[in-house]
Design a protein around this ligand. Structure first.
Ligand code: PEP
Ligand code: MN
Length: 347
């Protein structure tokens, strides 16, 4: 087996006319040499990522094996989430709702589960407007320890009920590895919040579960750091990762954060993973959420995650940026026009 810190070093591109047996043969030789292998069957070619010690790989006559077209080094530091090894876009299926490639995810819901009716009302409204998943925080990472920290485990029960009633898959944040079992039981997508983007133990934890992960960019993290954080998840075996641009800290004070839409275009070049945008936390105020959401669709994002509340003025968290549920239908319709312009459909 590959040692713990071995990384994919080489990609072995199989010829168009190669057979599955030839791929298996290469994989078997790699394993004998103490390396590991990940096979990606893409639209264009089958590629084997060879994971292991450089010396062990160097001893193999890889180019001479039948069916091998060429052997190339993987140059980027993000090996599994990069496009080198897997050039085709990944589509993530969350209980039939798709995100990635031509599918645009419309994730909406309250910032926080405050009480049952608030969450159910929101869930019904966003479901009726065509949202594809329901968001809602049970555990809230708040700047101040004196503000509402979320209902915790009780919120998970409310989310379960909202999902059962509307059929929407649930996206909710995992803040503490000690809650992984409870959260995984209810959540269809595990959110890792911006503040935890480089919590490497938490990343490894969600790398070992069998649910997609929504990984938010840290407010002070570079695009490369985001990709390396995703690599921590993928390395443990979970490659169903959705990246999320949610605004970064700059000198600009007119919005809560600066939404770095350029990062979406860069990420689409660099990774096969779906990339979505959170216009709500970036903007910090609701008037900006629609224009930023339209821009996200236009720049090529694979979805958005948006906050909505039946009575935002009463919200316990992030009231100024939450869309009133009464306006969510019109919001979804307008974003949908841009999604269609990009040749995509709301998944
Ligand atoms: C959230 O989406 O609930 C949230 C807390 O966002 P972020 O981690 O991006 O601040
Ligand atoms: Mn919020």
């Amino acid at each position: 087996m590959a040692t713990n810190n071995a990384s994919p070093e080489l990609m072995i591109v199989m010829a168009g006319a190669s057979t599955p047996d030839q791929t298996e043969h290469v994989v078997a030789r790699l394993r004998e040499a103490g390396a590991d292998a990940r096979v990606t069957r893409g639209r264009e070619a089958t590629v084997i990522g060879a994971i292991g010690e450089r010396e062990a790989l160097a001893g193999l006559p890889l180019e001479a094996y039948p069916g091998v077209e060429r052997v190339l080094p993987i140059l980027k530091p993000y090996k599994l989430v990069g496009r080198e090894l897997a050039p085709d876009p990944t589509v993530i299926d969350v209980r039939g709702r798709k995100i990635g490639d031509s599918y645009f995810g419309l994730i909406a819901g309250p910032c926080t589960v405050e009480y049952r009716e608030q969450t159910l009302e929101t869930a019904r409204a966003v479901a009726a407007a065509g949202a594809t998943m329901l968001r809602g925080g049970a555990f809230k990472p708040r700047t101040s320890p004196y503000t509402f920290q979320g209902l915790g485990l009780d919120a998970l029960e409310v989310l379960r009920e909202a999902s059962e009633e509307t059929g929407l898959p649930i996206v909710t944040e995992l803040l503490d590895p000690r809650h992984v079992e409870e959260v995984v039981e209810v959540a269809d997508v595990i959110q890792i919040g911006a503040r935890n983007m480089q919590n490497f133990l938490l990343l490894a934890e969600v790398g070992r579960i069998d649910k997609p992960v929504l990984l938010k960019r840290g407010p002070s993290a570079s695009v490369e750091e985001l990709l390396m954080a995703a690599e921590y998840v993928a390395k443990e075996g979970n490659e169903r990762i959705i990246l999320c641009e949610r605004g970064i800290k700059t000198f600009e004070r007119s919005m809560r954060y600066t939404l770095d839409l350029g990062s979406v275009a860069v990420l689409k070049e660099e990774t096969h993973l779906p990339v979505i945008v959170d216009p709500s936390h970036a903007a910090g105020r609701r008037a900006l959420v629609l224009p930023l959401a339209r821009a996200a669709a236009a720049v090529g994002a694979d979805g958005i995650i948006v906050e909505a509340h039946p009575r935002p003025e009463e919200a316990l968290c992030d009231g100024p940026q939450q869309l009133p549920t009464a306006e969510f239908g019109e919001f979804a319709r307008e974003v949908g026009e841009y999604v269609a312009l990009m040749g995509k459909q709301i998944g």
